[in-house]
Design a protein around this ligand. Structure first.
Ligand code: NAD
Length: 425
């Protein structure tokens, strides 16, 4: 097996980004990709580091460090979020950019992968300071961003508000309004209907597609969902609407179990009225977050954070399938045990790609200057997710590998064969 030129500095052995690269290596081996192609796919096209002096409310000028990494532009303009977090560093951004390349390729949308970030703590900054930082970051990257070049989106610590500032700053520099330079904008600025629930929707479509293969009737099925934020709560609600009983949900406050099924809409209303937390939810029994993973349900949806299914708890999982709403919830070391247990895993780069799919729709709508209905967006998202699932499933049969390795094979094969036709870029 070939090794990387510049691995991300990994301290923790179960680091999800290292896990991602281990699976990448496995898929590359199975595809029999040449060493030169391996490095073409591995090494980012462009890495930019910027210093961003920002006047704070106190009058003091603080200089922040920001990054943008374009991992690949082989399939089209690069796409990826902007993270505002104290731990942001170039190596993390570089690995996350590669992750975006594979995710876009799996769902067959015409984008390469990118990621950006600024090392800062937005929780300790005023809205005015965040706005000045976002505008400084945009100005510093004016020659990188562009609707045909590199299209950012929100990520940890940023949202529609920041994307609106980015769009405005970029547009000002060009002397015209250019909404397609960024996705995840507020609806009034050209954001897309359906974006908020898109990732949860993709999780639901993936779960139903997996159930069909395992001959599980969704109306008789049960599920447990870890994380009750954007992805988890929408996935739970949409699965419930399709007949699946949600036996457990959880958030940072703990897990909540009801073997008669949780009324998901009621739990969402409770959360929204309770400062975003399920703390004290009384229509279900409080259990520990760890117990949720061991419940005898058909479908387990980790939709909170990375590295929650590891060698330590994988043996006790009873679910027949795992649908990864979160990025990197399963460590590479748990993969083999999961496979031995015969659990189907719909991997993150497939299962949670509904979000980037509707971001792509936002960009398409901005470019044609027209708004699609929610019904059209949902129908197209469902089709893209289902086609991607089927392709990954067929590939897993062909290569006799897990859906996870199959997803990487589909993605890497697509990017590598496009490169072979194009050459050079
Ligand atoms: P969010 O902040 O809206 O929700 C996160 C939820 O997880 C919250 O309910 C939080 O309380 C809960 N949580 C945190 N730590 C927990 C723990 N230890 N145990 C149980 N619950 C815990 O975030 P989100 O947007 O729903 O994202 C969730 C995951 O999905 C992340 O890994 C994210 O990278 C990934 N993802 C999100 C999107 C998207 O469109 N939002 C797209 C792709 C991937």
């Amino acid at each position: 097996m070939m090794s990387y030129i510049e691995p991300a500095p990994i301290k923790d052995k179960d680091n999800p980004l290292e896990s991602m690269m281990q699976r990448f290596d496995k898929a590359v081996d199975l595809l029999g990709i040449s060493e030169e192609m391996y490095y073409i796919l591995k090494v980012p096209r462009k890495q930019v580091t910027v210093g961003l002096p920002v006047t704070m409310d106190s009058g003091e000028i603080r200089t922040f460090e920001g990054y943008r990494v374009i991992h690949s532009t082989i399939l089209g303009p690069s796409k990826g979020g902007i993270r505002f977090d104290p731990d942001v560093n170039l190596d993390e951004v570089r690995a996350l950019a590669a992750w975006m390349t594979w995710k876009c390729a799996v769902v067959d949308i015409p984008y390469g992968g990118a990621k950006g970030g600024v090392a800062c703590n937005p929780r300790e900054m005023s809205p005015g300071e965040i706005e000045r930082l976002m505008r400084a970051y945009t100005t510093a990257l004016l020659d990188v961003f562009g609707p045909d070049q590199d299209i950012p989106a929100p990520d940890m610590g940023t949202g529609p508000r920041e994307m609106a500032w980015l769009m405005d700053e970029y547009s000002k520099s060009k002397g015209m309004t250019i909404p397609a330079v960024v996705t995840g904008k507020p609806l009034v600025l050209g954001g897309s209907l359906g974006r908020t629930e898109a990732t949860g929707r993709g999780v639901m479509v993936s779960a139903l597609a997996g159930m069909e293969k395992l001959r599980i009737n969704p109306y008789r099925a049960t599920a447990a969902v870890q994380g009750f934020g954007n992805v988890g709560s929408h996935a739970a609600l949409l699965l419930r609407e399709r007949g699946t009983a949600i036996h457990a949900i959880s958030d940072i406050s703990g897990a909540y179990y009801n073997d008669k099924g949780i009324d998901v809409a009621d739990a969402i209303a409770y959360r929204d009225a309770n400062k975003g937390s399920l703390e004290g939810y009384s229509k279900a029994e409080a259990i520990s977050g760890d117990e949720l993973f061991t419940l005898p349900v058909d479908v387990l949806v980790p939709a909170a954070k990375e590295d929650v299914i590891t060698r330590k708890n994988v043996e006790s999982i009873q679910a027949r399938m795992i649908v990864e709403g979160a990025n990197g919830p399963t460590s590479a070391k748990a993969d083999d045990i999961i496979n031995d247990k015969g659990i189907m895993v719909v991997p993150d780069i497939l299962a949670n790609a509904g979000g980037v799919t509707v971001s792509y729709f936002e960009w398409v709508q901005n470019r044609i200057g027209y708004k699609w209905t929610l019904e059209r967006i949902n129908r197209r998202t469902d089709r893209i997710m289902k086609e991607a699932f089927d392709k990954v499933y067929e590939t897993s049969l062909k290569y006799k590998v897990s859906l996870r390795i199959a997803a990487y094979i589909v993605a890497i094969d697509k990017v590598a064969s496009t490169y072979k036709y194009r050459g050079g870029f």
